[in-house]
Design a protein around this ligand. Sequence first.
Ligand SMILES: NC(=O)CC[C@H](N)C(=O)O
Length: 225
Amino acid sequence: MTKFGILVFPGSNCDRDVAYVTRDILKQPTRMVWHQDTDISDLDVIIIPGGFSYGDYLRCGAIARFSPVMQQVMQHAQKGKFVIGICNGFQVLTEAKLLPGALVRNRDLHFICDRSPLKVERTDLPWTQAYTKGEIITLPIAHGEGRYHADAATLAEIEDNNQVVFRYEGENPNGSLNNIAAVCNYTGNVLGMMPHPERASDAMLGSSDGLKLFSGLLDKIGALV
Ligand SMILES: NC(=O)CC[C@H](N)C(=O)O
């Protein structure tokens, strides 16, 4: 069994959707982690879910990054353990500098709620090993500040290091540089993505393209019975 922890900030709104996937679909122990908690040593995988932490004041994720629990998340990541940030969670991870770059206001200055085709760029990571390289999947997107940005040197570095995990395929919905939808850290244990795999994890709700991200991870870390 793999124990999942899902961070909850004031304003998180995808926390229960993620728990539905890890606890109810994948049958793994899952606990909600309030942002003021400071002991997460029992957890194998931390999920920072989507939402509007602290009302998106200042910038999305800019306040959540200072929550007490984030010190522990940084230590968890430094030990090589798994952390995924989805949408607002991705924004929190870039604010915390656990991932390179930043998420800024969408090119067209509107909140976008849509479904977006994505190309799987890497399949050598535990997160994505259940996909095939170059596979096109479709996941929901829902964000106002999802345009991936990095300075030229950082962008070159992450491309050279193969840290882009998913790219928007076809139309670029938000103006992200190099069509970037997801990046990982150098070692691959920390992943951030704007699309929502948890909203595409139950075929009954229209798509299970996102489920392979969670089930692939479990498979890789030897927990799927
Ligand atoms: N779904 C989300 O997590 C949204 C993230 C953030 N509130 C934004 O609008 O960009």
